[in-house]
Design a protein around this ligand. Sequence first.
Ligand SMILES: [Zn+2]
Length: 711
Amino acid sequence: MNPRSTHGTILVTALLAAPIALGQLHAQIAPPQSVFGYKSFDREQSVEEKFLAVPDASLAGEELKTLTAAPHMAATPEDHETAEYVAQKFRAAGLETEIVPYRVLLNWPKAVKVEAWDDSGKQLMSGPSREHVEGDPYDNDPRVVMPFNSSSGSGDVTAEVVYANYGRLEDFNKLEAQHIDLHGKIVICRYGANFRGVKVYLAEQRGAIGVLIYSDPQDDGYYKGDPWPIGPWRPETGVQRGSVQYLFKYSGDPETPGVASTLDLPDSSRVSPNGNQPHIISIPISYHDAAPILQALKGPGAPQGWQGALPFRYHLGPGGVRVHLVSDQDYERRIIWDVIGKVKGADYPDDWVVVGNHRDAWVYGAVDPNSGTASMLEAVHGVGALLRKGWHPKRTIVFCSWDAEEEGLIGSTEWVEQHMAQLNNAVAYFNVDVAVAGPDFSAAAVPSLKQFVRELTRQVPSPASGSVYQQWRLEHPESEEHRASDAPPIDEGEVHVGDLGSGSDFTPFLQHAGVPSTDIGSEGPYGVYHSAFDDYAWFTENADPHFEYLQEMARVLGLEAVRMANTDVLPYDYVAYAHAISAYIESVKKKAGGNGLNSLDFAPAEAAVARLATAAQHAHDLQTAATGDLDGLNRTLRSVETALLSDEGLPNRPWYKHTIYAPGEYTGYAAVVIPGVSEAVEAKNAPLAAQQLQVLTQALDHAAQVLESAK
Ligand SMILES: [Zn+2]
């Protein structure tokens, strides 16, 4: 999964130039005068040049083709084959490699059925229809799993239907305002605007007994452009599979929150999976199957903004149509396989730089996730070349190929839970999921690493000309298109780097373990997300015919690791972090006023963040000077992110420990900033907001105290 790829993306006309040779790279890109975190950059400059010369476009293309040769859903034999393939590539590059299994609860579909009748008893449809278009060379493989929702309940229900638009909180509130009761009903809603698990969560809370989630052509089909195989958008039978896990409660194996589900974990240590699983059934369908249901639906006409692109007037229901749903899910504890490859650090072997991408796919997964895997393998190829020349990073680099991300970030979460103590020393986690869906680079990060990402993209050539950074700026002059949070803009004049919500494997690292994280991708028109059509043919036709963006992403991802592993002083920008938090507090304070919570006292939190800003400036001076006890300074700098965790976690979701970032309970993908306070203010719960302000103030004071001790 990947949050940034599921929204409508901006169409960018790329100037597809020939792949850039490294000689040209030198001509176009001047070496940096100095780099934050390095006393002198000369030596590192030559290491980075050697690294950048290695990732290879055509090899990345071959790797992508191999990885996507067969459907490879988590825990299948084909998934295991991809684990072996990645392990072999890691070993060939000289990484100390192991395949790490976990035993986790997964559901596979035994039977899924959707039928509908009109009031006269005439059958309108019987599905789900098989995904198929004339001209796709892959979609007839019998191993393509039938569309289903991971974490769905099992059941057999028949009921009237209500249309809930995107299934957002405001959509359900609107239905309630119109006195449309959802008890005993089946909700039909469209994909987009939030995480699909949130749609099911809200429907379940309101008494619905089943949910159908379909892809409206307005959001990623013919309304956007030509559907596959003519263009990149979703064809009539295309379905978005996906997890409906209540990810905003906790990610990972539903039976082991906070505990690693290693093979030897006794069953007595597993808990009920109810903590992050829906109790009702939900089924994803195509607009081919949704259209007859929506067209027959009676009741009030769809309000402003609810009409999709199907060629008839939408109505809310109920009435006009009855639907029968069957979801028979085979829940079993199954084995999944992470692949972990290490390069031991020469100076600080216990300080890890972790790089990760998931490998499992709903079907072929050319874009999601194996464009990321191919990029990571070429980054590993580059690191391997450095190792053969006798290079040793100062810190340990750990490359991770996660399994079962699609079902709920499971492989990464279990690994994080197993290594909590060691991860206190991990200096960064660099994620890539959808590496390449098109030419449009984007990034999200904790504020302390936003400048780090911008800075290094200046050194990587873009296939379109100039550097990745230059293209990124060119495409985002206003820089607000990809904002994932409701926070006000704070980095004026700079290209926008988003905030980390959820929807990919950085979640356990940042929000559970407090490891500073980034997430990168290169986007484009992409309408086949989580369908059988996200295959090698679609990729070479639409995303990256010459694999030069795979090469670009390999370079960016690898450079993140190489540069971070060798810094003299950890290049965290806490001045920017304090600035960001201060803006978040002001924004929530304003909202509290608007919500009638005027008596809330924000002064202590404001004082704490001001203290943090002062301490950050003090630390920044030390970081720039880079003299004296750098080991001690680095330890102090690293502890700041951990200080922003609270032991008790967020209200009703203790697994989420970060006081500044969490996936929103009602958004799922998008970040909610200072979530404890924000969500209490949103809910107009004054006592809870006051208590959460205290928790935030404590965390900020703690972080400031840590930074003040820097010397
Ligand atoms: Zn993904």
